[in-house]
Design a protein around this ligand. Structure first.
Ligand code: COA
Length: 449
């Protein structure tokens, strides 16, 4: 093994360790678009899910089958019919859906049974359990349109699924449900995955989709100046959803987003939309700090928000001890009052326990994050990171390409979060003039994706 490999592999593996510890014992519901299987991605996705499962995550996999059903319909010379963005499942379509689901289940079970030496699946033992875990009801007749065998989820057998997961198996669900009269109903993958995530109160709902995520400007064309929004607070996601036209196709921004919002509102803390086209996207989203797609996150337990004039006292109280011990540069009340709109805070029950300010230098397309502080009693719980992410969002919204910090003691915290050290000469001219050469702060920069 080459020495270079040791130097890259060991730090890399250690950097992933906190995420492995964090996710152990958690429940993830993964919604896999049928398009991913049609695009030949199943084997790599199965390998990644098997890896996640072997690291202690409980996985429910719900597969879609839209293209497979359409292919079967085409072979039978029968047209696919939709209304209100939903399939109308007549007798022929129901037959096609059952055939497609059967075929896909075989393929998925086979993919999880691989174990050839020298492949990522060597030594893996993923037991797949499928079953009649979903009770369905008919969609019925809507605006005069009879949806026939198209259904909606009525109930999820939480006990049955949980027992299978506790037994160490992966639960595989097809978008089918049965009524108490024994009738089969064709459901959508997205609805089944969302309902199961809510019923299980899963830790994550992850859609592996044909879209890369939600863009910062969702209706504008993709491009470097319109990146994927890696984190959308639930309130912002709801607002965005309300402004979008109703989803008709899976490629519409609102299509997966509406399910993520629904899940988050019903207690699933994090919902993700990630692209299956990127090899390893699931691993990148779950085990890398910035992820790859869009995560909708419910932050209602505490309020992460922009500061107002009423917060000045709380901010002063929070940062004072760190100014006294020299970790932070002294800021007086008038300065904070003047710059209050630059601050982001976390407030809980009227107490501010985290803050940071963003000072933009638009001429250099960068901004300084200053006064990042988390109160000593709540450090180490991810609040510093939450504030950092919000500051990054604010910087992106201002059209900045990077943020930078000046620090004398906290360099490792920033290095771990994607910052790199640069020479103080790098600073924008206006900031360089204010740089205190006696303090000898180090400058760290993070490029915004
Ligand atoms: C730096 C700070 C904002 C981090 O906030 P936090 O909410 O504790 O951070 P998170 O919970 O997101 O991250 C905690 C991790 O950071 C590490 N960490 C905390 N302070 C650190 C420091 N000074 N240097 C390096 N790592 C640090 C913790 O050990 C923990 O590591 P782990 O995840 O491996 O266990 C907080 O410690 C703080 O307010 N420090 C004092 C003020 C300060 O230094 N501000 C920065 C000025 S430039």
């Amino acid at each position: 093994m080459s020495a270079i490999f040791n130097f890259t592999f060991v730090p890399w593996f250690r950097s992933v360790a906190p995420y492995i510890h964090m996710h152990r014992g958690k429940t993830f519901v993964v919604g896999l678009a049928g398009e991913a299987v049609a695009a030949g991605k199943l084997h790599h996705i199965a390998q990644d899910i098997a890896l996640i499962q072997s690291m202690g995550v409980k996985v429910v996999l719900v597969h879609g089958f839209r293209p497979q059903v359409n292919e079967q319909l085409k072979a039978k010379g029968h047209a696919a019919r939709y209304s209100h963005g939903m399939r109308i499942t007549d007798e022929v379509a129901l037959d096609c859906a059952q055939e497609a689901a059967g075929q896909l289940r075989y393929e998925i079970e086979a993919a999880f049974s691989q174990g050839l030496p020298n492949t990522p699946m060597a030594g893996s033992t993923v037991r797949v359990i499928s079953g009649n875990f979903i009770t369905a009801r008919p969609v019925g007749i809507v605006d005069g349109v009879d949806f026939q065998h198209s259904g909606l989820v009525r109930k999820v057998d939480v006990g049955g699924i949980s027992r299978s997961l506790d037994f160490g198996a992966m639960v595989l669900l097809s978008p089918f449900g049965f009524s108490p009269t024994g009738e089969a109903f064709n459901l959508t993958m997205e609805e089944v995955a969302t309902s199961v995530a809510i019923a299980l109160q899963a830790d994550k709902l992850i859609f592996l989709t044909e879209i890369p995520g939600v863009r910062a400007q969702p209706l504008a064309p993709e491009g470097e100046d319109n990146p994927i929004d890696t984190e959308l607070p639930l309130a912002d996601a709801e607002q965005l959803l309300a402004s979008l036209p109703p989803a008709q196709n899976p490629s519409d921004t609102a299509f997966y987003l509406q399910h993520c919002v629904k899940a988050c509102k019903a207690g699933v803390e994090r919902s993700h939309i990630i692209p299956f086209a990127v090899d390893g996207s699931l691993l990148l989203e779950v085990y890398v700090h910035d992820g790859i797609g869009t995560m909708v996150v419910d932050e209602k337990l505490e309020e992460l928000r922009e500061a107002t004039a009423d917060d000045v006292g709380g901010i002063l109280q929070l940062i004072e001890p760190f100014e006294k011990d020299g970790t932070l540069v002294k800021r007086d009340r008038t300065e904070i009052e003047r710059d209050i709109a630059n601050y982001t805070i976390i407030e809980h029950d009227g107490v501010i326990f985290a803050c940071a300010a963003l000072y933009p230098y638009p001429e250099a397309r960068t901004g300084e994050m200053a006064a990042l502080t988390v109160s000593p009693q709540s450090q180490g719980q991810g609040d510093g990171e939450k504030v950092l992410r919000r500051v990054e969002q604010r910087a992106r919204a201002m059209g900045l390409d990077s943020i930078f910090v000046l620090t004398t003691r906290t360099m490792h915290w920033f290095l771990k979060r994607g910052f790199v050290q640069v020479d103080p000469d790098w600073l924008p001219e206006a900031r360089k003039r204010k740089y205190n050469w006696d303090r000898r702060s180090m400058v760290f920069v993070k490029k915004l994706a």
